[in-house]
Design a protein around this ligand. Structure first.
Ligand code: GDP
Ligand code: MG
Length: 435
């Protein structure tokens, strides 16, 4: 999956102009990746529409390749969705009351332990109140956690009134800097659960309500988030269980649905398996790509070896066409200027056709644009490019006819020089490898 997206990027690598077909292909790959990553379908289509529109309508900055332009747009649009930078907690007001919300099993209690540990490391000493009267041994689970951390806990396994527990906990810890409230994730039925959260929220009046979403649940995350968001003003999200193969796409839908940022992620059952949310890493994971930044570079590095071989053979045999030259330009994008490439070939340094040594990146890009307006038959048989074709190509590429002629001159010069190289017995394979 990740590979197909990378392949699509590779195909685009080196293209001087944005190719509509290539963009559509990439957008399709992204859609596939997102859907498999459990992102809500509606969201996937909104996102891909935006990406496609921008990729086709926005001009890349000078010197930016088409592939880099497109992947940057993809990245920006996805980051926009989850928030540009990590938002750590800002502890303001005393006591700062944090209320956890989430279905049973989502990882609330475990995450409260992790967050408490995180806050301890920052120099805070949070207290915890247990209000989960539904899960068997919910209090004991917290008791064990807080004893290990030497953190104060209030709870009463005999008391089955969550709201009463919250009130008593508030009173007991009113002089603490931070109080974290654990809540139930299950009730007589769902509506009772949401009613209880509503009531608890009005009593606790949290500074921050954190919704815990199991990163493995996918599409249901969306509906859960919506229901919880009705009970209180959800200020942030923590996504758990991202240590497995889950991509967390459900969480992305959650963010889009309720507009609260992801602040932390859980990456395991242990207390230290807890990280500040990093949008870039999350998105790379979701798209099934390694690191999206290095992907841009990789896409540009990718040189099709078969094409390189073919091109070199043509170059040496004198059958060099504009099609070959186009391939050569695409490969050169990554190799550096022609002069540098030639210098790597033993005994050739400096003996470079005059035209070739003058090639700059700007010139290559200009040539690529001109070539993209040529017909296939013209690329393969440049001899047929005469007066009227020159004018048509110039018009199509928005260049002057003189510039098209200049390109043709460069082509002829290179062809001649290449033929010379072939005669001098330079092995095609040698240069092929260099390319
Ligand atoms: P709660 O019902 O929402 O309080 O959920 P718990 O905190 O009791 O967690 C439910 C289960 O999920 C437990 O077995 C936890 O160990 C596990 N769990 C929680 N967070 C993570 C995580 O980030 N990764 C993994 N692998 N398991 C987790
Ligand atoms: Mg719990």
């Amino acid at each position: 999956l990740g590979r197909s997206l990378t392949d699509a990027m590779k195909k685009m690598a080196g293209m001087a102009v944005i190719d509509k077909k290539a963009v559509k292909e990439i957008v399709k790959d992204i859609q596939r990746a997102l859907i498999q990553g459990d992102v809500n379908i509606k969201l996937v289509f909104e996102l891909s529409k935006k990406i496609e529109d921008r990729a086709l309508n926005e001009k890349p900055d000078k010197g930016v390749t088409a592939s880099k332009h497109v992947i940057t747009i993809v990245y920006e649009e996805m980051v926009n969705l989850v928030g540009k930078e990590a938002h750590p907690l800002e502890i303001t007001g005393k006591p700062y009351k944090i209320m956890f919300l989430g279905l049973q099993g989502s990882g609330k209690t475990t995450t409260i332990g992790k967050l408490a540990r995180y806050l301890q490391k920052k120099g805070f000493n949070p207290a915890i109140v247990s209000t989960d009267t539904w899960r068997p041994a919910a209090y004991e689970q917290l008791k064990q956690l807080t004893e290990e951390l030497h953190i104060s806990l209030y709870g009463d396994p005999e008391n089955k009134d969550a709201v009463d527990l919250a009130k008593k906990g508030l009173e007991k810890f009113k002089n603490q800097k931070i109080i974290i409230f654990d809540t139930a994730g299950r009730h007589k039925d769902e509506q009772d659960l949401f009613d209880e959260m509503k009531e608890l929220s009005s009593v606790v009046n949290p500074n921050e309500a954190i919704l815990v979403i199991d990163g493995t649940i996918g599409q249901q995350a969306h509906d859960q988030a919506k229901a919880f968001a009705k009970t209180t003003d959800v200020g942030s999200i923590i996504v758990t269980k991202l240590d497995g193969s889950a991509k967390g796409g459900g969480a992305l839908s959650t963010v889009a649905e309720i507009g609260a940022p992801i602040k932390f992620i859980g990456t395991g059952e242990k207390i230290d398996n807890f990280e500040v949310f990093d949008p870039s890493r999350f998105i790379s994971r979701l798209l099934g790509m390694g690191d999206i930044q290095t992907l841009i570079e990789k896409a540009e590095e990718a040189v099709d070896e078969d094409v390189a071989e073919e091109t070199m053979k043509h170059m040496m045999s004198g059958k060099f066409t504009i099609k070959d030259m186009e391939n050569q330009f695409q490969m050169m994008g990554k190799m550096g200027p022609m002069k540098q490439i030639m210098n790597m070939i033993p005994g050739l340094g400096g003996k470079l056709p005059k035209e070739a040594s003058k090639m700059t990146e700007d010139k290559i890009n200009q040539y690529k644009i001109i070539i993209s307006s040529m017909k296939e038959e013209e690329k393969l048989n440049p001899k047929i490019i005469k007066h009227s074709r020159i004018h048509r190509i110039a018009k199509g590429s928005g260049r002057k006819p003189e510039e098209v002629k200049d390109l043709l001159k460069y082509y002829k010069g290179t062809k001649k020089a290449m033929k010379g190289l072939g005669k001098r017995g330079l092995g095609g394979g040698q240069m092929g490898r260099l390319m």
